[in-house]
Design a protein around this ligand. Structure first.
Ligand code: ADP
Length: 239
């Protein structure tokens, strides 16, 4: 199946349901009771759109982001990225689609502590097979785009929280993804630093679909549209 449907939404979730710990085996213990994280969730996200996912802890935001990134396959429903239903791909196909088309930003940055800012940003480019010199060049350019041209050889431990998140954003952009997902990207940052990071995210998101999960009003204020979740259900979808 080919990817890159130029006409449809960048991301489409159709009747997505997800249960964690759901097994069909006869020996499931009580402690392995299934948790229904998503119930019939349908959401479209267009290119150029910044979508905020709002809801209290446990409402299903991360589960949606993981499904879009192909990091989990929902129990039922379809999750399409650029017209390709990830649930119909093999594990390898999902990984390939994620590496090519989806950038991920986490709350706690998830940088490798022993690698410089530049090496962290260059890492996803190893997986797509870019030669070393081109990786270094692209990582340096991206770091300067996020305002860190003088931090290229710093280790994450030598950077502030805001700077680390900028490195993480540069890394998420390294493969020039069509889709950017961010899970509580300002959760570890103070208000001003968080605002700068959000400005950066929306700025780099111009031609992409950006999906930001947060329970913070300031984060949601930058979104073009906010989808509100409760107990795994969409209760509001507001432009
Ligand atoms: P949010 O991101 O809004 O905090 P999540 O998507 O992380 O919500 O979680 C939705 C529900 O799924 C919650 O009830 C949570 O406890 C449950 N859950 C999340 N991850 C797992 C997991 N790996 N195993 C079992 N239950 C999980």
């Amino acid at each position: 199946m080919t990817v890159d449907d130029e006409t449809g939404p960048a991301v489409r979730l159709e009747d997505v349901r997800h249960e964690y710990g759901s097994t069909t085996g006869r020996f499931r213990s009580r402690s392995e009771q299934a948790v229904t994280a998503l119930r019939d969730v349908s959401i479209d996200v267009e290119r150029g759109e910044v979508l905020g996912l709002e809801g209290p802890s446990g409402s299903g935001k991360s589960t949606i982001l993981h499904a879009i990134a192909g990091l989990l396959v929902p129990t039922a429903g379809a999750v399409s990225v650029l017209g390709t239903d990830l649930t119909e791909l093999s594990d390898r196909g999902r990984t390939r689609t994620r590496r090519r088309h989806v950038g991920i930003v986490f709350q706690r940055f998830h940088l490798l502590q022993s690698l410089s800012a530049r090496a962290n940003v260059a890492l996803p480019l190893v997986q797509v097979g870019l030669p070393k010199s081109a990786r270094r060049e692209r990582a340096t350019t991206l770091l300067s785009e996020v305002g860190l041209e003088d931090r290229v050889t710093h280790l994450p431990g030598e950077l502030s929280g805001g700077e680390r998140q900028r490195v993480a954003i540069a890394r998420a952009l390294s493969t020039d993804p069509d889709i950017l997902v961010a899970d509580e990207p300002t959760g570890e940052l103070d208000t001003d630093t968080g605002a700068n990071v959000l400005e950066l995210l929306t700025d780099v998101g111009r031609d992409r679909a950006v999906i930001v999960a947060s329970h913070d009003a300031a984060t949601l204020a930058v979104a073009d549209r906010v989808v509100t979740l409760r107990d795994g259900t969409v209760i509001e979808d507001e432009r």
